[in-house]
Design a protein around this ligand. Sequence first.
Ligand code: MSP
Length: 507
Amino acid sequence: MDQTFYITTPIYYVNDKPHIGHAYTTLACDAMARFKRLDGYRVHFLTGTDEHGQKVEKAAADAGLAPQDFTDQVSQNFRDLAVAMNFSNDDFIRTTEARHVTATQAIWRRLLAAGHIYLGKYAGWYSVRDEAFFTENEITDGKAPSGAPVEWVEEPSYFFDLSKWQEPLLEFYAANPDFIRPESRRNEVISFVKGGLRDLSVSRTSFKWGIEVPDDDQHIMYVWLDALTNYITAAGFPETDSESYQTWWPADLHMVGKDILRFHAVYWPAFLMAAGLAPPKRVFAHGWWTNEGEKISKSLGNVIDPYQLIETYGLEQTRYFLLREVPFGNDGDFSVRSMVHRMNGDLANDLGNLAQRVLSFVAKHAGGAVPAPGDLTQPDHAMLAAAEGLLARLRYHYDAQAFHRALEETWEVVGAANRYVDEQAPWTLRKTDPARMATVLYTLMETLRHLAILTQPVMPTAMGQMLDQLGVDAVARDFTALGAAGALAAGTALPAPAGIFPRFVEG
Ligand code: MSP
């Protein structure tokens, strides 16, 4: 049977237009999904929009629109972003879709039938911005820990018996040490759970924009129970015997930002265990971006617009920068200086120049076709071994969601190739030893082929162009083509080379 990989992004609140944070989470999933596909997995990559709750209801009211009309519009912005960023998601879910209402009501019924939901009364603080409840001692100066304003809520409510899940959760974390990544976040979650869990209010009566509680239309479900369920909706729940559910659930990876880890690593596995369903295999929490050292916020007016980045620096450059600049999992800072530095250094100089030098030399001095190599010398073997050895190392880094490490290691090979070209000096060999020149060029083209195939997950379009220029057939671009299997055939005619990575010129 095929190996499968189910990966999800958080579903985005439709209260706002997409910004860098949304683009970042989905980009990381996209690179992961593309890597797995190239590595032979059947992949299901899910993203979508979180459309219920008070926050969205308020945003719709502010826009003077009915919630459904409003969410239709804003959800479309997220689909458009996926196209603009070249995301390869297989499905796009909206929580207002019928399939999702069915799934959410079904999980509710399971929880109720198993005795994990009871009717009570909620009295406490609620933050609409966080869509979360807080106790008195979590409130400082009238604000939630996130700094969001809170309001006092007192109303009938159904509760989920979260307090009973402390031990099962701790056991689950202990038995699945990789469930929460990175490690520092895992420790935070464990100490939070050790601190004790209170039953969780899972329904509201004071507004209407949500999924109705089955058999009690006074209540709508708490937006996080609704939202988290999207991950099983898309897998085919409640049809747990379906081929789809059997294939995709449990998910391999939920990618989330650090701010929403608790919902995914505490509430979600508790809901699932209580409903008799398997928890996901991993939740990875990434860090947050700042802009030139400042926290990003609407009030500061420094929100980074992904479209602006694409227009200014290029899509491939933006994708590369976001995944290369910051160790994945840490917070990171966007600055024009670092963006330009990556774009001109790593891309234009190191990789772009290498490809351009080699390919234009082949076009001019090797008849515009793949040169025929002679016997390989030790430096050629070493160069090819470095390129061919990358796959195993990248698998390791991708499996740990260490995208920056994967790129770092790839660029070590780029550096080695630049040293190789300088040392072997094909431009000198042209006069002294044309046969040796052909071998050197062939070695470089093979190295470039490996680099391009392996960097497709991060820069699919640019690497596709590089593979075109190397004369690599469209069907020979996955990881089975690495090594000897897809080696370039001498004599293959090549298209005219063209630069792939322009330098950023201040303008
Ligand atoms: N709707 C919930 C998720 C429900 S999932 C079942 C939600 N939506 S959100 O639109 O507010 O946030 C989506 C993601 O954007 C989160 O993962 C969050 O961490 C991320 N980011 C928001 N601002 C960010 C930065 N400045 N930097 C990086 N990511 C950030 O939460």
